[in-house]
Design a protein around this ligand. Structure first.
Ligand code: ZN
Length: 262
């Protein structure tokens, strides 16, 4: 194999790592945003519970005033009823008293409803407060974990980038340019191994004379897959693997080895 290809394969491995690390690093802002979002939702829930409690307390105050006001009216009419002279006036006051007492009862009913609601809202606020506390704790821990992970990955990325920088000067410029052009079109993969006489990435068969040249040690020619245009290389498989690939048992030497490559 052409030595430049060997270094290109190393470069491909480094580039794959760089791509993987970049993808993971790119995911961090989103992950951090999700933590913030969960926290914001919890806080919103708490604010809504507090709002419900406050408005329920306001209503309660209002209905308490209503109860008192109607009670006061009923009392006033009752007092007046002792002093009126005519039966009609007495009857009219009785009617007013009845009405005021009805209003007292209905205001008391509304008040009771609000008191029951208030207890529920109070429980909601307390549970929301607990939930927010738990969210804050979890968010802090998650953020810390993510940031530590991010720092580790960033360091790994820098190491890989340094490795890349060391490999580059040893790869001929035109080969590197071809590699980068192909890699850019194929999700960062610019080289492909030949397996079973075919491009391992797109499956296209490699014509026999090219295959022979790829197998030759020290061959300086560069071949690209005709379909996916990736730079091809061939690594002689270990004997057992070659036998397995050919679908034949590795052992008996007298076994009929017919087609090794179809
Ligand atoms: Zn291919």
């Amino acid at each position: 194999m052409e030595p430049a290809i060997k270094r290109l394969i190393e470069l491909q491995a480094v580039d794959a790592e760089v791509t993987r690390l970049r993808a993971r690093l790119n995911a961090f802002p989103q992950q951090l945003a999700e933590i913030d979002k969960r926290l914001a939702e919890g806080r919103q829930q708490l604010a809504a519970s507090k709002e419900s409690l406050t408005s329920s307390l306001k209503d309660r105050k209002k209905y308490e005033i209503d109860v008192d006001a109607w009670k006061e009216k009923a009392k006033k009419y009752r007092e007046q009823s002792f002093t009126v002279k005519t039966n009609e006036a007495y009857k009219a006051l009785q009617h007013e008293i009845e009405h005021a007492e009805k209003e007292v009862a209905s205001a008391e009913e509304r008040l009771l409803e609000r008191m029951v609601d208030g207890e529920k809202f109070d429980r909601d606020v307390k549970s929301s407060e607990l939930a927010v506390k738990e969210l804050e704790r979890a968010a802090g821990a998650d953020r810390q974990k993510l940031q530590a992970e991010q720092a580790t990955l960033q360091k790994e990325l820098e190491t890989k980038q340094a490795e890349r920088g060391q490999l580059l000067p040893n790869i001929p410029e035109d080969l590197l340019a071809t590699y980068e052009r192909v890699a850019a079109r194929h999700h960062g993969i610019g080289v492909a191994a030949v397996l079973n006489q075919a491009c391992s990435l797109c499956g296209l068969r490699v014509v026999p004379h090219v295959f022979q040249l790829l197998r030759r040690d020290g061959s300086s020619e560069i071949f690209q897959c005709e379909t996916c245009s990736r730079i091809l290389y061939y690594i002689e498989p270990p004997v057992e693997a070659a036998a397995a690939a050919a679908g034949a048992p590795a052992a008996p030497p007298d076994a009929t080895t017919t087609t090794q490559d179809g």
